[in-house]
Design a protein. Structure first.
Length: 576
């Protein structure tokens, strides 16, 4: 009993400490509100969409959305005005996921070593010492769920090594198979860990059975994605061109991470400890353990290379945290005798980070934001969580816009553009637009705005994360340094697209400009017409299976930024 109590303490005390640090840095960013808005629409019976009536996968992590929606469904009956406290649900899930990630990583490595000695954090010290792990534990994004899945899958792999029962093997395979539903790029780990599971199974029949169970959920969701959204990947991946190489931009993203925290120090320590662990396991003839460790390390390296290869992210350090956590997993804790060589170095490094590391404002000139620090500065709030906490932000407020619309005491719809000096204009909307929509707003930061608007305002996303046409725009915003612009902000949906797509007449006039006329004409032509029908036409079984057939082609579709070129390319007609 004494041994069990000590083991519980050394696993859960640092895990709870990590959770406390995450809670102390709680916040939600604008992109995090996209998840909350989609969850609200889902629970309102509109489907997993950003705008009512238009099927666009504006979220990256289906599993994170499912968890937020499930918690919201539980709390909705007792919530004010039927709106669950989604902000605090996201924060609570983020803190719980962070605690679970740390705990499962510790449990997995303690079991990996089969050692009766006291485990001491090594990789765990890297997680505790890097402030970005604290920052993105909440933020409303799926970052903490990524860490939880990595820790849980690693512990599950070690469990399969020790337990040969069929249910355990199937359960581990299902867990590992969830990777693409947490984030698509985690498919790298799912593939590597899945191969490790299959190698250790007896006979092809068992392998096929376990593989089928592991693939059931991701393949099932992919079929749903193809039929419902007419796409092979999330809309956010298309908007960010997550399959286009941008090594120069990504390298600067990594350099910012490395120079801020001198990350080479923990990487050398983790690498040395991992080489020692592989040597020790090889001598003990622990083939499965060697494969688990090797798959974790190779997965971390490949995932980091992928992030760098596609240009990184616009939020400081965020996209490199999963790879760092994966590299720390095999040596998250080590027996005291081995840990004594590494722990003092990592403790000194962590203290140095806390005392001297400063996140600078875009030091590489590639559009990097400081994340939580910028939100604290702009919102004038140490913990900007709820929409009320963000009132001081410079973004337009959907609540104020709705009050302005309703102040006209009119049944007409309205068009709003943050780009115009006098933005509110009377508009007649197209017939397919949901009748509950009171106005159309052209915006760039759409997360908080959409969450406040709920289902009363259709939000045109200037950057394309939540817009099927903007996401497929050809890249246009590049800098001279790397050939790419700020990640997630390189594409620009022109205001004319919003008008052509949604507005039949503006201020009593129909096609009031040649650009809008060109785009409205092009929306019924060729592949662009198929995309329009795929996302806006009422969903039926016929529409679903047609979307499945067209999903590959529509995923590859790209649209010129010039309206007249768009009309010429898709309709073969130039404007008189």
């Amino acid at each position: 009993m004494r041994t069990g109590w000590r083991r519980w303490m050394r696993i859960w005390v640092p895990a709870l400490l990590f959770g406390g640090l995450v809670w102390a840095h709680r916040w939600i960013c604008d992109d995090g509100f996209i998840y909350l808005h989609v969850a609200d629409n889902l629970l309102s019976g509109l489907g997993p969409v950003f705008n009512p009536g238009e099927r666009v996968e504006a979220y990256t992590s289906p599993l994170w959305l499912a968890l937020i929606s499930l918690a919201g469904a539980i709390l909705k009956p007792v919530s004010h005005a039927g709106l669950p406290p989604f902000e605090w649900i996201a924060v609570g899930l983020g803190v719980a996921s962070s605690i679970g990630a740390y705990a499962f990583a510790s449990i997995g490595t303690e079991r990996l070593w089969r050692s009766g000695e006291r485990g001491v954090p090594v990789g765990g010290l890297v997680v505790l010492g890097l402030v970005p792990f604290w920052d993105y534990g909440t933020s409303g994004l799926e970052s903490s769920l990524v860490l939880l899945w990595l820790g849980l899958s690693f512990a599950g792999m070690v469990w399969v090594r020790d337990q040969r029962e069929r249910p355990i093997q199937i359960l581990a395979a299902v867990c590992v198979g969830l990777g693409p539903l947490v984030r698509p790029d985690l498919g790298i780990f799912s593939l590597l860990w899945g191969l490790v599971i299959l190698i250790g199974l007896p006979g092809w029949r068992r392998r096929l059975e376990v593989m089928a169970c592991g693939l059931a959920l991701p393949v099932g969701y992919e079929v749903f994605r193809m039929g419902y959204f007419a796409c092979l990947v999330p809309n956010t991946a298309i908007a960010k061109e997550a399959a286009v190489a941008a090594w120069a931009h990504g390298w600067l993203y990594f350099v910012d991470f490395e120079t801020t925290y001198q990350i080479w120090i923990p990487l050398v320590a983790l690498g040395t400890a991992t080489v020692w662990s592989l040597s020790h396991l090889s001598k003990a003839s622990e083939r499965t353990s060697v494969l688990v460790v090797a798959a974790s390390v190779v997965g971390g390296i490949l995932q980091a290379l992928y992030v760098i290869g596609v240009g990184g992210d616009f939020l400081h350090a965020r996209m490199l945290l999963p790879a760092t956590f994966a590299l720390a997993l095999p040596v998250f804790t080590l027996p005291l005798r081995e840990a004594r060589w590494f722990s003092p170095i990592l403790i000194a490094w962590g203290i140095g980070c806390l005392l001297f590391a400063t996140v600078r404002v875009d030091p590489q000139g590639i559009g990097l934001e400081r994340g939580r620090l910028d939100y604290i500065s702009e919102s004038k709030n140490d913990h900007p969580v709820t929409d009320a906490d963000h009132r001081e932000m410079h973004w337009e407020s959907a609540t104020e816009l709705l009050e302005q619309i309703r102040g006209y005491n009119s049944t007409a719809s309205w068009f709003f553009s943050s780009a115009n000096p006098h933005p509110l204009q009377a508009a007649e909307l197209r017939s397919w637009v949901s009748p509950r929509i009171e106005g159309v707003a052209y915006e760039t930061a759409v997360g908080l705005f959409g969450y406040e608007a709920r289902q009363q305002i259709y939000v045109c996303d200037g950057y394309g994360l939540a817009d099927p046409f903007g996401a497929r725009a050809e890249l246009s915003r590049a800098d001279s340094l790397t050939g790419r612009g700020k990640v997630g902000h390189e594409k620009w949906l022109q205001q004319e697209w919003c008008l052509a797509h949604l507005v039949e007449a503006l201020n009593g006039r129909g096609r009031y400009s040649t650009a809008v006329s060109d785009l409205a004409y092009a929306l019924v032509c060729g592949d662009l017409g198929e995309l329009y029908a795929a996302v806006d036409e009422p969903l039926s079984w016929r529409r679903f299976w047609k979307n499945v057939q067209w999903s590959t082609r529509l995923t590859r579709l790209r649209i010129p930024t010039d309206p007249s070129e768009t009309r010429r390319r898709f309709c073969g007609v130039t404007r008189p």
